[in-house]
Design a protein around this ligand. Structure first.
Ligand code: AHR
Length: 526
């Protein structure tokens, strides 16, 4: 058998979990493998991984909302009161815990009154930030809140600081949450909603250092205190206030806002996008790339660890009791748009590269569960590193969607420390640990272990010493693909999807798992 054929056979065998270890041992001489050791301490429980770490971002951008979520009641695409059924079902299946809306940059241009009331009376605006297209305002506050209820997600609304006023923001909140018979609460009733909604999180602006108003940190801090003061919710209810945060490694922004307003907020955000090339003007194709670009992408994605560590170190100075959360409410890989699509719509394909980077990033969030209590990947449907792509009535689930599906058991689990001694995976100047891991114990007492093999060529044998637990079996699922750029299309929607994984076993206190190259594995240790 030629080496390449053998490699493919190995990947297929590992993915379906049918490869006998004897066969693997025989093949070991021909196929390069990484050996990784580690320890999982189930007797040292850490903080809970809040379900909201698995949040999604949905902006009025391209086909993210219109077509992606909302098709209107009269559409031929099967829908429930205007929300497309296929997308709703797919989002429910991964238990989306939270949705952030309406932006993004769109938020600081959005005036909520234009998006309520009879749809045929709502003004048509121009989405000046994203493609200059018409914004019909048919999806507004009522539609968002109803959508969140439909999929069972918490609500995170981003307010307008850039072109809005404290009064406009206060009245929006009143519209959503007031149980009184005030004129504004009655407007909500006249628009079809009697009971107040639950507004779980409210963001005071978005990227106010950039598209949200080009402000200095000091100016934003003053405005934050001013606007946040007027976010008033009924006694006995809680809406967490989220301060607009830094652009990736702008630590001085976090320093200034925390110093001036830590006590006025529940969370502060940070945005970080992985740009594979490191250059905004030429980010690179989502599907056409070589191994150097794969390695560069992993390196850029793993910068999240350093960013979170440094932002939280600043937060520790002003909030040593860790009351304030760090909301990573925009993150993901940003590629060049798919050829032939509107550059303002940020529509991109999604491959095994995106999936592996997502798994490794989620492992970082688990490790920082003490501060990172909410994240929102950008974005939910048809935009950037999306869960779901649609083309009119067709829908496809991306490799990143399947990572979120695999990682569901971590929502609400107690984080457990897992340390790996992993060799590096290095190409050119980009070097990262070949394998990344995280662990958690769910409320039923089952320990889950996530293992991500970032190396696109070598499988990895991972040996982990287990302490403080009595698990005897290790079963789970794996996501992998035949190539680095394997992805799902409307013609071949199931090219990349999870398979059962049984190439793992526990002997005494030691777990051994053999990970295919470029794979994401989640195991249940029972
Ligand atoms: O997610 C796309 C855009 O990226 C958002 O609108 C903005 O906040 C960020 O710059």
């Amino acid at each position: 058998m030629k080496l390449t054929t053998l490699k493919h056979a190995l990947v297929a065998g590992l993915a379906s979990g049918v490869l006998a270890s004897a066969a693997l041992a025989g093949a070991g001489a021909a196929v390069a493998q990484t050996a990784v050791t580690g320890a999982l301490r189930a007797d040292q429980p850490g903080p809970v991984i809040q379900p909201e770490v698995y949040g999604q971002f949905a902006e009025h951008l391209g086909r993210g909302i219109y077509e992606g979520v909302w098709v209107g009641e009269d559409s031929k695409i099967p829908n429930t009161r205007g929300y497309r059924n296929d997308v709703v079902a797919a989002l429910k299946a991964i238990k989306v815990p939270l949705v952030r809306w309406p932006g993004g940059c769109f938020a600081d241009d959005y005036h909520w009154r234009e998006g309520v009331g009879p749809r045929d009376k709502r003004p048509t605006k121009v989405n000046v930030v994203w493609g200059g297209v018409e914004e019909p305002n048919s999806f507004g506050t009522n539609e968002f809140m109803e959508f969140a209820e439909l999929i069972g997600a918490k609500t995170y609304v981003a307010g307008n600081v850039g072109t809005g006023s404290p009064q406009e923001m206060a009245e929006w909140v009143e519209y959503m949450v007031s149980p009184t018979s005030s004129t504004i609460a009655n407007m909500r009733r006249a628009n079809g909603r009697d009971k107040p909604w639950k507004l779980d999180y409210f963001g005071v602006g978005n990227e106010n250092w950039g598209c949200g108003g080009q402000m200095t940190a000091a100016h934003y801090t003053d405005l934050y205190r001013n606007f946040a003061e007027f976010i008033r919710v009924p006694k006995g209810t809680k809406t967490e206030k989220i301060a607009g945060g830094a652009n990736s490694d702008d630590y001085s922004w976090t320093e200034t806002v925390m110093a001036g307003a830590a006590k006025n907020m529940d969370q502060i955000s940070v945005h970080y996008y992985t740009i594979p090339s490191g250059k905004w003007e030429n980010k690179g194709s989502a599907t056409q790339f070589d191994e150097q670009v794969w390695a560069d992408t992993m390196f850029q994605a793993l910068r999240m660890e350093d960013l979170i560590s440094k932002h939280t170190a600043i937060m520790d100075k002003y909030d040593p009791k860790k009351r304030v959360g760090l909301a990573v409410d925009e993150w993901g890989i940003w590629h060049d748009v798919e050829p032939g699509t509107n550059p303002g719509f940020l529509y991109q394909q999604n491959t095994m590269r995106d999936a592996v980077a997502a798994g490794a990033t989620l492992n970082i969030f688990h490790k920082h569960a003490d501060r990172v209590r909410l994240t929102a990947i950008a974005q939910m449907v048809n935009v950037l590193q999306a869960m779901i792509l649609t083309d009119k009535d067709k829908m496809v689930l991306t490799p990143t969607y399947w990572v979120y599906d695999l990682y569901k058991p971590f929502q609400g689990a107690t984080s457990l420390p897992v340390e790996l001694n992993s060799p590096a995976y290095t190409v050119g100047k980009s070097s990262v640990p070949a394998v990344s891991a995280s662990a958690g114990k769910d409320t039923a007492g089952v320990v889950h272990l996530a293992l991500v093999n970032l190396d696109p060529n070598k499988s990895a044998t991972v040996t982990v010493k287990l302490s403080g637990m009595t698990g005897k079996t290790a079963k789970g699922r794996v996501l992998t693909g035949p190539t680095m750029s394997a992805h799902n299309t409307f013609e071949a929607p199931n090219a990349v999807k999870p398979a059962a994984f049984t190439a793992a076993s526990i002997k005494g206190d030691t777990l051994t798992a053999i990970l295919p190259s470029k794979s994401v594995v989640v195991l249940d240790l029972n």
